[in-house]
Ligand binder design. Structure first.
Ligand SMILES: Cc1cc2nc3c(=O)[nH]c(=O)nc-3n(C[C@H](O)[C@H](O)[C@H](O)COP(=O)(O)OP(=O)(O)OC[C@H]3O[C@@H](n4cnc5c(N)ncnc54)[C@H](O)[C@@H]3O)c2cc1C
Length: 483
């Protein structure tokens, strides 16, 4: 067995690779264990295969990209801070806890590292807060790809083990000592002083059930894989865009401070946002295709082909470019259909659970009564203010959701879409249960294993997760380096 690494990262996705690079920059010697291949072109179906007992969770399938850098070639790049008042609930801690304040304090540093200045929050609109969400440009969303493309070039202090399946974990005295992996080079034992569990929600839970549970107290063990949660996303109104309407307050997104700044109307436990199908409309369809190729670091020839295609519609491109330069806003094309979409937190119901079944796994996921209640409540509280705002802006709109609670519930059952934010299962606090598996990010009973991923969230929180996850990683690294 070789000299222990200072940090062994288990799962080289957005969070794992970020943390590995930041730890390496702080002088730590780091290993990254990744089940997927190094190159996106070699990605295969995720293992173990996942079945759904009731209803498919789209994110659990489509956001489970087993490749070095994980979802970084696929995600949307929206960086949104969880309001301080909600962060405590997400972390399963008291609002007054020092951990909550520390993680909130890390947001600006992470944004700076990503090249985005603080997106900030603008004044209240009615009872909803208008929140500006920074969106990383395509080429920076996949910035972790640069890491994957290092090829076989070895840095003594930053080793990675792609295509490596973890087959064993050795622990003693409440500490993990090593993991055994099988990879292209055969079987290897990788020892470390600290371990970071960052395999995404599905695989972190399955890993904990298979390798970690045996080392935990009974009450903690039974909770692993239960109380999963996500965001439900629903179109609630169709908004008609009238040519020449300027909605400088609400829409459209602006280019600013290194990224696109989108606006959304946030309230506790959810947000409304406007969605135009830019990707289907020229010239944005071609621009999007070019940007996605750049996020995936495709070849210069592919990029050149896609760039040339952008100029196949010179009049539209010139008009969009003019709009951008003059107003620094994204032009909303004539004929674009705009939907007002409600994203709200799904309930962390105990029945939402994942577990091994033979060589595969089963996810028990459905719309639960708590979800319907939350949806109806959000609409009854915020619907009137939202309609008033749309009317004030002079917009024609068609409300899609039935008014009464019964109709709203069936609408949710028919149309609810998961928002790729699946989490829970290792949450900090497990409600009325015997207690969560994670406390302060560390696995209870295994003091040198830190969980960084939505699996450790007690609730999804109103914001998209990545910024909060990176802030958690940054906070943990700060404490590790200081210690
Ligand atoms: C289309 C889409 C759009 C999104 N848009 C946004 C957005 O705009 N903003 C936002 O904040 N979030 C967004 N998300 C969610 C975001 O991508 C995830 O929250 C994020 O990827 C979580 O990072 P992670 O590192 O925990 O997981 P991942 O990025 O999924 O990485 C997990 C890694 O662990 C590896 N792994 C799995 N099992 C094992 C194993 N047994 N052994 C070793 N390694 C293993 C995987 O191969 C993978 O590399 C989006 C997701 C999708 C799919």
């Amino acid at each position: 067995m070789s000299e222990p690494f200072d940090l062994v990262v288990l799962g080289g996705g957005i969070v794992g690779v970020w943390t590995a690079l930041r730890a390496h920059a702080r002088g730590l010697r780091v290993a990254v264990v990744e089940i997927g291949p190094r190159a996106l072109s070699e990605q295969r179906a995720a293992q173990p295969p996942l079945r759904f007992r009731h209803r498919e969770n789209f994110g659990a399938t489509r956001a489970r990209n087993q490749v070095l850098t994980g979802n970084s070639a696929f995600w949307g790049g929206a960086l949104v801070r969880n309001p301080a008042s909600e962060l405590a609930g997400v972390l399963g801690d008291e609002a007054s806890s020092p951990m909550v304040a520390r993680i909130e304090g890390r947001y600006p540093e992470v944004e700076r590292q990503l090249g985005i200045e603080a997106p900030g929050t603008t004044p209240r609109v009615e009872e909803l807060d208008r929140v500006e969400a920074a969106v990383l440009p395509g080429r920076r969303r996949g910035l972790w790809s640069a890491y994957a493309q290092r090829g076989e070039a070895r840095d003594e202090r930053l080793a990675d083990f792609p295509e490596s399946r973890i087959v064993g974990l050795a622990a003693s005295g409440g500490r993990v000592e090593s993991v055994t992996v099988e990879g292209p080079g055969g079987r290897a034992e990788i020892s470390g002083r600290r371990f970071l569990l960052s395999m995404g929600a599905v695989d972190s839970n399955l890993f904990a059930q298979r390798f970690v549970a045996a080392h935990l107290p009974e009450g903690v063990r039974v909770e692993i894989g239960r109380r999963l949660h996500d965001h439900w996303s629903l179109p609630i109104a169709k908004v008609r865009w009238r040519n020449g309407t300027v909605l400088s307050d609400l829409f459209p997104p602006k280019f600013a401070r290194g990224g696109i700044v989108g606006r959304r109307l946030a309230f506790a436990q959810g947000f409304f946002h406007f969605v135009a199908d830019f990707d289907a409309l020229p010239p944005f369809d071609r621009v999007k295709s070019f940007l996605s190729a750049r996020q995936r670091s495709e070849s210069v020839f592919t990029l050149a082909g896609k760039a040339i295609a952008c100029f196949g519609r010179p009049v539209l491109m010139a008009s969009a470019g003019f709009h951008y330069l003059r107003r620094r806003e994204l032009r909303v094309p004539d004929g674009a259909e705009i939907s007002l979409v409600l994203d709200f937190e799904s309930d962390a119901a105990p029945e939402n659970a994942i577990a091994w079944e033979g060589d595969g796994a089963v996810l028990d996921w459905d719309v639960r009564p708590g979800d319907a209640a939350r949806f109806v409540s959000a609409l009854s509280v915020h619907g009137p203010g939202l309609r008033a705002t749309l009317n004030r802006e002079g917009l024609d709109f068609e409300w899609l959701v039935p008014e009464n609670a019964v109709g709203a519930e069936s609408y949710l059952r028919a149309h609810a879409v998961d928002a790729y934010h699946l989490g829970g299962g290792l949450q900090a606090r497990a409600g009325e249960g015997p207690g969560g598996t994670v406390a302060g990010g560390a696995i209870r009973g295994l003091e040198n294993v830190q969980v960084c991923g939505t699996a450790a969230f007690a609730r999804p929180g109103p914001a998209n997760p990545v910024l909060t996850l990176l802030a958690m990683a940054e906070d943990w690294l700060g404490r590790v380096s200081a210690g």
